[in-house]
Design a protein around this ligand. Structure first.
Ligand code: 5RP
Length: 236
């Protein structure tokens, strides 16, 4: 099977394309993190290069987003230089029927939440495998923690009924270090009954920067699906 025929890649590519098509000239765009958003960034860059779009600036949510934006010729800005973000495009690891999310598979959820929550409109781009009836059933909840507080935060998360595991690097020995210099605890909960309350409770533990629960932040979800080898996009 060639890379082009991989159905997951096809779905990600198509939702990325459709999200990029929603970007308008003269706007500020939040650029999310992950393999699906990477396609959106690529297509935004292609629209700029083709002259279909002009005068946009991106607010990156990670080193990955800023590297890709530079590669595809998207000018960047910072939160200090702008008054508003018009549209944010970002991926997710789980999406529930209320459009609440778990994010942070790429360890970028702290910056992603700042940018996505500030946006006037936030479009989530996922393939259909990310849809769940209840959050926390297929993906552990990422929690960004100051390195010096990993032990007490681990104990506090166990007391909340979770099973935290320090995220380890791939092609890097030792723990994953976030773009802000912190560590990630991935917490298995076997289903989260009240995401809004758990989001606040975890963020109230001293030493926690933010967790990957995004409650009431998304305005729209684009879901990539593959039928008969053809990628299609459904809107929630
Ligand atoms: C990064 C994220 C990503 O958006 C999430 O992990 C989805 O990634 P992908 O599009 O590669 O499946 O939250 O922190």
């Amino acid at each position: 099977m060639t890379a082009e025929m991989d159905p997951v890649k096809l779905m990600k590519q198509e939702v990325g394309r459709q999200a990029a098509a929603r970007v308008e000239s003269n706007t500020i765009v939040g650029l999310g993190t992950g393999s699906t958003t990477a396609f959106a960034i690529q297509f935004i860059g292609e629209r700029l290069a083709a002259g279909e779009l002009s005068n946009i600036k991106g607010v990156p949510t990670s080193f990955q987003a800023s590297v890709l934006a530079k590669q595809y010729g998207i000018p960047l800005t910072t939160l200090d230089e702008i008054e508003a973000i018009d549209l944010a495009i970002d991926g997710a690891d789980e999406v529930d029927p209320q459009m609440n999310l778990i994010k942070g598979g790429g360890a970028a959820h702290t910056r992603e939440k700042i940018v996505d929550a500030l946006a006037k409109y936030f479009i989530v781009v996922v393939d259909s495998s990310k849809l769940v009836a209840k959050l926390g059933t297929t993906f552990p909840l990422p929690v960004e923690v100051l390195p010096l507080a990993v032990t007490p935060v681990t104990q506090a998360l166990i007391a909340l009924g979770g099973r935290p595991e320090l995220r380890m690097g791939i092609k890097k020995d030792g723990p994953v270090i976030t773009d802000q210099g912190n560590m990630i605890l991935d917490v298995t909960f076997d289903g989260i009954d009240d995401p809004a309350s758990l989001e606040k409770t975890i963020n109230n533990i001293p030493g926690v920067l933010d967790n990957g629960l995004f409650v009431g932040v998304a305005n729209e979800v684009l879901v990539g699906e593959v039928k008969d080898g053809q990628a299609t996009v459904r809107r929630l």
